[in-house]
Design a protein around this ligand. Structure first.
Ligand SMILES: [Zn+2]
Length: 305
């Protein structure tokens, strides 16, 4: 029998694990947090619902802060916590510890709109470097007196991206395999599309009673999860196909391909941040299609073979 879900002031609780929805997402970037109550008490991705997270920080009741990956929207409130152990996957920890590494992981162009946006964002939300001392490989079992958490390494979105399986309540947190209709995001330098595809395939096979992701305030049933993750995973292939379809008309330059509705719909591309993300993701698709022998680059032009 699945463990009951209880509604709390800030989210939903299953057993001793509270899923805190990112309701104050206007104050901070939007990502759900998880509080594992017990000893040690673990807070995962402190990033939203500022009022509650601030209460937790001032009560000094949290022992460990675990980040599922290095992205700022999953750790924007790390800095509120003193005298805690910071934990992350060993491959993402360097970018949480040191902003210069974050920049190297994120982007190659210091003058891009994304670079400017990051600068402002880090300043506005006072996101600081964090001394991560507990490193994981993403296959450990973390045990508290109430809960067992199986770490699952799901690289692709970032190299050290991790999902969590809360064993005793049989609930899986899929992090930024976020099951939203927008689909997978892999616009960083260190994002890897093939690893991401493999991670989604792996997550499809994980059976649980409940599923939760970093974005969206809800708990999915196994049936809903299957449907959502299948849809999420189809985006990779669909984006490939859109590019191949476009190249049927004739050879095209990157700028042309990246201005079409490949990842985002056309109206979204007026947002320079989305346009930049799409540009980066299209490059990864073109590299993948070239590796597969489906297209060839000659000069500035991509040809369909
Ligand atoms: Zn992310």
């Amino acid at each position: 029998m699945p463990v009951n879900i209880i509604q709390t002031q800030y989210g939903s609780q299953i057993g001793d694990v509270e899923f805190v929805w990112a309701r104050n997402s206007k104050e901070f970037l939007f990502a759900n947090s998880i509080l594992v109550k017990g000893s040690p008490s673990i807070l995962i991705d402190p990033s939203a619902t500022f009022t509650y997270i601030e209460q937790l920080a001032s009560s000094r009741s949290v022992n460990v802060i675990l980040n599922t990956h290095y992205h700022a929207d999953h750790r924007s409130l790390n800095g509120l916590f003193k005298e805690v152990i910071f934990a992350a996957h060993e491959k993402d920890a360097p970018a949480i510890r040191d902003h210069e590494t974050y920049e190297e992981f994120a982007d190659t162009d210091p003058n891009s709109f994304y670079s400017e946006w990051r600068k402002q964002f880090f300043k506005q939300y006072q996101i600081h470097d964090c001394p991560v001392s507990q490193l994981y490989k993403g296959r450990e079992l973390i045990e508290t007196d109430t809960t067992q958490i199986q770490l699952i390494h799901i690289p692709g979105h970032t190299p050290g991206h991790m999902a969590l399986h809360f064993k005793n309540i049989n609930t899986v947190f899929t992090a930024d395999i976020d099951l939203t209709p927008y689909g997978p995001w892999y616009a960083n330098v260190v994002s890897d599309i093939d690893e991401f595809i493999a991670s989604v395939e792996r997550m499809k096979k994980i059976e649980a009673d409940y599923y939760v992701s970093s974005h969206g305030e809800r708990i999915y049933t196994p049936e809903q999860y299957r449907e959502k993750i299948d849809r999420f995973g189809r985006h990779f292939q669909e984006r490939d196909e859109k590019i191949l379809e476009l190249l049927k008309e004739g050879p095209k330059e990157l700028a042309h391909i990246a201005s079409e509705a490949i990842v985002y719909r056309r109206p979204s591309l007026v947002d320079p941040l989305k346009a930049y993300f799409q540009w980066q993701m299209v490059i990864k698709h073109l590299e993948r299609l070239e590796k597969k022998g489906l297209i060839r680059k000659e000069g500035e032009l991509y040809h369909r073979l």
